[in-house]
Design a protein around this ligand. Structure first.
Ligand SMILES: *Cc1c(COP(=O)(O)O)cnc(C)c1O
Length: 432
């Protein structure tokens, strides 16, 4: 996999010996490769923003959100998609250009909307009727006009895990495409003195490898672009296709961005010509595909338990607290013993964590060398997306730190949490 190499029986990641990283920074630890992140950003530029001028990417922060990541994106000239006051707050800490921030979310809180309007974000993606009033109130308070995208539920079922399908009809995301609901929303936005209607947004799911669902959803979206023109004589200037581009965890074959974008752009151009409008600006929101393969997690082996005739458990010092995706979506990962990277894989074991849940398994069936013993370092691959950002303090285990590596250099991007930080907000009420 990308930026991984084996030298003298050891696993290297972006030029760094991972066994040495584990010794120096401790385990468990997330390691992110700067070179791999940049490779993906450059692919997005070559295959999308430079190929289709005036298009833009808005990286979906929720995949991996740290101030360092925002700094990388800011320097690369990318925009970001945020879904909470907390993500926006982190972006504000690096002075992320406000016009390059797009604010998504199916239940934006009044104080989050206030924060977004006050900062002057570039787009608010409207995801419900009641939001309109909240945005208008904040606009009035700050005397600002906000650019509004309206998120639709295109009613297509993308083939992926149920929990990451977001575009089917029965969804908590987006505005249903029912005439009596949808058209009044558009009308209200168009008529508002505080809102500037810019266009339509969709996001149909995640970890997708085919573009048929995207194209179907785009067709639905464009039908409504035509309808909006007919009803209100308003031109949709921008369309946002969302994210969802699949990555390699185990055997999946990652498709280049152009596999998705070329047919989408061709269809977009064709449909806008038919409707008789200039081709709208296209925006995509890749998250996972930018960072998943740019991350690995390093663990240290502790207890090894053999249940004769049943199974062998190899336990590591992390687990579901740093990677909930296995328990949550039955996600699959590949792992490798970082300090025995060339040894033959003679045994199949269950790689499990240290958390008090039987479901705390990282890799149910992992092939490893039979020499594996306490103190060995295990690297779980492709953990850069939705690992750190979904981490929890379950069992009061600290959230691991994140080390950024680049061509042999390594430095903290997030320091590991301490016990004091876990309990710093605990209070003992005086009536106990
Ligand atoms: C999660 C999400 C994304 C990113 O999806 P990936 O699969 O990580 O690319 C983009 N847009 C919206 C609105 C999302 O909710």
């Amino acid at each position: 996999m990308n930026n991984l190499e084996i030298r003298d029986n050891r696993l290297y990641f972006d030029g760094c010996d991972t066994t040495e990283l584990a010794e120096k920074f401790g385990t468990p630890v997330y390691v992110m490769s700067y070179s791999e992140i940049m490779r993906r950003i450059n692919e997005l530029k070559e295959q999308f923003t430079e190929k289709y001028p005036s298009s833009r990417i808005a990286y979906a922060s929720k995949a991996f959100c740290t101030t360092g990541m925002y700094e990388i994106l800011k320097k690369a000239g990318a925009c970001i998609d945020v879904v909470s006051g907390g993500e926006l707050y982190a972006a504000q800490q690096v002075d992320f250009p406000a016009e390059c921030v797009e604010f998504n979310g199916n239940n934006k809180l009044p104080e989050e909307i206030d924060q977004a309007v006050s900062y002057g974000v570039g787009r608010i993606i409207l995801d419900g009727l009641q939001e309109i009033e909240l945005i208008e109130a904040a606009c009035k308070k700050y005397q600002k006009k906000m650019n509004i995208m309206v998120r639709i539920t295109p009613g297509v079922a993308a083939s992926t895990h149920d929990y990451i399908v977001t575009g089917k009809k029965d969804s908590k995301f987006g505005i249903p495409l029912v005439e009596e609901i949808f058209l009044p929303v558009i009308e209200q936005v168009v008529d508002s003195e505080y809102l500037e209607f810019v266009g339509l947004h969709m996001h149909i799911g995640s970890q997708l490898f085919e573009n048929d669902a995207y194209l179907q959803a785009l067709d639905v979206l464009m039908d409504w672009v035509a309808r909006i023109k007919d009803e209100f004589n308003v031109t949709v200037k921008e369309v946002n296709f969302g994210g969802g581009y699949g990555v390699t965890y185990t055997d999946e074959e990652r498709k280049p961005y152009s596999f998705f974008m070329d047919p989408m752009m061709e269809r977009l151009q064709k449909r806008s010509e038919e409707i008789g409008i200039p081709c709208p600006v296209a925006v995509i929101e890749p998250g996972r595909s930018v960072v998943a393969e740019a991350g690995i997690t390093l663990y240290k082996v502790g207890q090894i338990k053999e249940i004769p005739g049943v199974r062998k458990y190899v336990s590591v010092d992390g687990g579901m607290g740093d990677n909930i995706r296995v328990a949550l979506y039955q996600a699959e990962y590949k792992g490798i013993v970082a300090n025995k990277a060339e040894e033959p894989l003679e045994e199949t074991v269950s790689l499990c964590g240290k958390y008090c849940e039987s479901g705390d398994i990282l890799i149910p069936e992992m092939k490893i060398p039979s020499s594996v013993e306490q103190g060995d370092i295990i690297a779980v691959l492709s953990t850069g997306a939705y690992g750190y950002t979904m981490a929890s303090n379950y069992n009061n285990n600290p959230i691991p730190g994140v080390v950024l590596v680049k061509e042999g250099k390594a430095a903290w991007m997030v320091k590991p949490q301490t016990y004091d930080q876990i309990i710093q907000n605990h209070v003992i009420p005086d009536f106990i």
